[in-house]
Unconditional design. Structure first.
Ligand code: NAD
Ligand code: UDP
Length: 331
């Protein structure tokens, strides 16, 4: 059985589907601070199997001890956490508490229970402002906001833990920009309030919930002046997690650090155009000032993931837009 923290969230729910379809039992632990319990029904509808679900917090040590005692958990995939860069500058303590204290509490419970396989959601944000592209895993790390700092710290904690005792099998997966949804249209990304990320915002413009998109700057040193990112289909990302789990479980111990991206960058304008074409909707936009802290361009070197995991992203921009649009039209 795999314990999936944050399993009703965007990436965790899609990964749960992939794990179940690969024959794993899944137990989800989520406090529902950024997701809804109906996601469990949707996962059951897609896979034909209902994952276990516990509403609870990764900072609840007693609950974790109980879960490890009562279930045959072999590995943990840790998605739970807060992820909004802007919010993290306003309430940094909540970010340090959820993301760092939460991860430490979870790791302590694992250590007590003798469960030592851990897959961690890190982020390309740990690379800071890229010195060279594409980004390889040995690129220097830095953080410009509390959210990014929590990812750096947890990466370091995991490295310390790996070296402190034998038998830990740890993957630190650095995601680029997840997009898209499950092709069934039953699960996808549901941000609360005003979306911070580009694609959910584009979706809300396409469906008429917002009048227009603000494009944050067109004076970057990129082909069309707008920011360039490596968008990866969330189902490819889910497959990457399964590959990382298989890799870890095949070794007596492991510390894997790898990018999960496609290796291709698309600009904001290219993304708007692709989504408009797929959805057949108009996406009005206006160019506004740069968003503070944004970088010009960021995309992955995927050689390491390909060579180590035998994994590579298979879905492209059209797949991401088509699957996102199917989900985005749900009432
Ligand atoms: P999400 O908000 O959709 O999912 C996170 C889930 O964790 C939510 O369901 C939330 O309710 C739950 N959660 C939060 N704090 C919790 C706690 N203390 N205890 C129990 N549950 C808790 O986010 P996501 O996009 O699926 O991201 C998953 C992970 O991937 C996060 O760690 C995020 O930082 C990381 N990540 C996301 C992106 C992205 O763009 N989506 C990029 C890089 C890394
Ligand atoms: N972006 C934008 N308008 C928005 C949201 C994002 O122009 O409403 C741009 C942003 O400046 C960046 C790209 O879209 O160039 C991706 O932003 P997102 O927040 O999705 O990801 P991140 O910046 O974290 O890579």
């Amino acid at each position: 059985m795999i314990l999936v923290t944050g399993g009703t969230g965007f990436i965790g729910s899609h990964t749960t589907v992939t794990l179940q379809q690969a024959g794993h039992d899944v137990l989800i632990l989520d406090n529902l601070c950024n997701s809804r319990p109906e996601v469990v029904d949707a996962i059951a509808a897609i896979t034909g199997t209902r994952p276990g679900f516990v509403e609870g917090d990764i900072r609840d040590a007693a609950l974790l001890d109980r879960l490890f005692a009562e279930h045959p958990i072999q590995a943990v995939m840790h998605f739970a956490g807060l992820k909004a860069v802007g919010e993290s500058t306003q309430i940094p303590l909540a970010y340090y508490d959820n993301n760092i204290h939460g991860s430490v509490t979870l790791l302590q419970a694992m250590q007590k229970a003798g469960v030592r396989t851990f897959i961690f959601s890190s982020s390309a944000t740990v690379y800071g402002d890229p010195q060279k592209l594409p980004l390889t895993e040995d690129h220097p790390r830095s953080a410009t906001n509390p959210y990014g700092h929590t990812k750096l710290v947890v990466e370091d904690i995991l490295e310390n833990l790996y070296h402190s005792e034998s038998g830990w099998r740890i993957a630190r997966l650095r995601y680029f920009n997840p997009a898209g949804a499950h092709p069934s249209g039953l699960i996808g990304e549901s941000p609360q309030g005003v979306p911070n990320n580009l694609m959910p915002f584009v979706a809300q413009v396409a469906t008429g919930q917002r009048p227009r998109l603000n494009v944050f700057g067109n004076d970057y040193d990129t082909p069309d002046g707008t920011g360039v990112r490596d968008y990866i289909h969330v189902m490819d990302l889910a497959e990457g997690h399964k590959a990382a789990l298989d890799y870890c479980q095949s070794l007596p111990q492991a510390l894997l650090t790898t990018n999960l991206g496609t290796g291709k960058g698309y600009s904001v304008l290219e993304m708007i155009q692709a989504y408009a074409q797929t959805s057949g909707q108009d996406i009005p936009y206006q160019i506004t000032a740069r968003r503070p802290g944004d970088i010009a361009a960021c995309w992955a070197d995927v050689t390491h993931a390909t060579q180590t995991l035998g994994w590579t992203a298979r879905l492209g921009l059209e797949d991401m837009c088509r699957d996102a649009w199917r989900w985005d039209q749900q009432p």
